[in-house]
Design a protein. Sequence first.
Length: 73
Amino acid sequence: MTERTNAPSCPYCSHIETDAWEIDFGSACLDGDTCHTCNSCGREYNLSRHVSVSYSARPIIDDPACNPSTCGD
């Protein structure tokens, strides 16, 4: 069993699925679960996808309507 890795790996043969973005999790949701067949050994296993979202913001320096002194902190 593996937990929260950057790429899924088969719990039977340790094959790393390098094209994980192509795995169908069955919905438009970011997080999800599916039964996946290993591309190496052919065994099925349960696979969960965990997604974390973060945001960054910075002022537009050339726009007088939005600069550090008028946009706040």
